[in-house]
Design a protein around this ligand. Structure first.
Ligand code: PLP
Length: 462
């Protein structure tokens, strides 16, 4: 394939994408395939001879869409959204077409400087002080790992990166029992260890209490262990559990501990000033992550990490071997020194396109609609016989149950086999509950109100 042929096929792909999106409501949301079905349709080995694009494209159409779960379906209410606004898709095509590496300023001046400006734009949009800088990672998991590695090195006086961890002190991290598993992964991968991630008990509002955090830190210090940092949750994945940031950051600060706020999902909603009480005190954090690739419309992958001071993270992650020096330009930003990988995609381009194409007002209007419709749907579910709202709505996330654990689990299977909507489960305080989140970029009120309608039909209440 050459670039003339690419041009023809790119146009055909654009037509295909338009039709795919226009036809989504007619498809079941969740894939209807069994494990192994797709692999069985592919040859066992790569072809020796080139194949015509016509045949490759035909196989794509025959095999892929029918065996996919449709994340851009307007009735996708599972997990969290992975929104891809059309303006984001266009930017991704351009970034793909240029295929630059955004590792050094010199290798990508436009990518580096647009990334810096997007961090400033987003800090302003979320109501964060202008002193925050930051960077774009692939995922919140990587951002949290970066923050935890930095916590480790601060606690060790940067001896860990130099000498290794053997013989060092036992480091301790603190978080609530509502954090995402990426925090557990960061504790494991950083060498701090799962057993040294202290899950502080939460109160009835699903926040750690300052008293419990204080007690956990004091007990570790008394036992000769070394506290390294506190990870705070804003809009936890299971049911939206959030810590009260201001008093908890105050406890961390009193002990000289850095803080990292995981607002991967809820962060996007902070473009609306009325939701900001949810993370009151966030300006005191050292590190904050949120995923524009969830609710804002800049498609996967795009995780923004704000940093009060990038110095400690650069000291932990940054290396400048001779072949990565930029002679005469010591003051420029080389973002690979802020992140785990060396090579980096030009992710800021889709943020630039999305923020301009919809404007903050357009993005706020969508999020406000999602929150209002989630509340309306929750009221309608609560009114159905046998149904009970268990948590929320927190922003646009709520959980419910139907009669008991077994009936709820059986109902979830029937909902997803039905295919009009897609929901997933979690457990809360020992009970099996079904999660509903509203957040697909172009869903309508009617799409959302399909939820109570399907529940009523499937339980004979309709
Ligand atoms: C989704 C989510 C994550 C993980 O996001 P990735 O970008 O996929 O790593 C982390 N924390 C919270 C609260 C989330 O909702």
């Amino acid at each position: 394939m050459d670039h003339d042929e690419l041009n023809l096929w790119a146009k055909r792909a654009a037509d295909w994408v338009r039709d795919y999106h226009a036809g989504l409501r007619a498809r079941p949301v969740r894939a209807r395939v069994k494990p192994g079905e797709v692999a069985a349709r592919l040859p066992a080995a790569a072809p020796e001879a080139p194949e015509p694009m016509e045949r490759i494209f035909a196989d794509f159409e025959a095999i892929v869409p029918g065996a996919s779960t449709h994340w851009q379906h307007p009735r996708f209410f599972a997990y969290f959204p992975a929104n891809a606004a059309p303006a984001s898709m266009l930017a991704e095509q351009l970034a793909t077409g240029m295929a630059v590496q955004a590792m050094l300023w010199q290798t990508s001046p436009a990518a580096t400087e647009i990334e810096q400006v997007m961090i400033r734009w987003l800090a302003g949009a979320l109501g964060l002080p202008a002193r925050f800088s930051g960077t774009i990672h692939d995922t919140a998991t990587t951002a949290t790992l970066s923050a935890v590695l930095t916590m480790r090195e601060r606690a060790l006086g940067w001896e860990g990166v130099q000498k290794g961890l053997s013989g060092g002190p036992v480091l301790r991290l603190y978080c609530s029992d509502q954090v995402h598993s990426s925090v557990d992964k960061a504790a494991r991968l950083s060498g701090i260890g799962q057993d040294n991630l202290v899950k502080v008990e939460t109160d009835e509002t699903l926040s750690m209490t300052p008293h419990a955090l204080e007690a956990a830190i004091a007990a570790d210090k008394a036992a000769g262990r070394v506290p390294a940092g506190v990870i705070l949750s804003v809009g936890g994945t299971a049911v939206g559990g959030s810590d009260r940031l201001a008093p908890l950051i105050e406890v961390a600060r009193r002990h000289g501990l850095p803080t990292h706020v995981d607002a991967a999902w809820a962060g996007s909603a902070m473009i609306c000033p009325e939701f900001r009480p949810m993370w009151e005190g966030v300006e005191g954090a050292d590190s904050i992550v949120f995923n524009p690739h969830k609710w804002l419309g800049a498609q996967f992958d795009c995780a923004v990490q704000f940093l009060a001071d990038p110095g400690p993270q650069i000291r932990t992650m940054g290396l400048r071997p001779d072949y990565l020096q930029t002679p005469g330009q010591e003051e420029i930003v080389n973002f690979n020194e802020w992140t785990v990988p060396l090579g980096r995609r030009f992710r800021a381009l889709k943020l630039w396109f999305v923020l301009r194409a919809y404007g903050l007002e357009g993005l706020r209007a969508r999020i406000r609609n999602h929150v209002a419709w989630a509340q309306e749907a929750a009221r309608a579910v609560a009114a159905l016989p046998g149904f009970e709202i268990v948590t929320g709505p927190v922003l646009s996330l709520f959980t419910f149950r139907y009669r008991n654990d077994a009936a709820t689990e059986a109902l979830l299977a029937r909902i997803n086999d039905d295919g009009r909507i897609y929901l997933t489960q979690t457990t809360h305080r020992g009970q099996f509950v079904i999660r509903v989140q509203v957040g697909q970029f172009d869903c309508s009120r009617e799409d959302v109100m399909t939820i109570p309608q399907v529940l009523a039909e499937l339980t004979g209440a309709g």
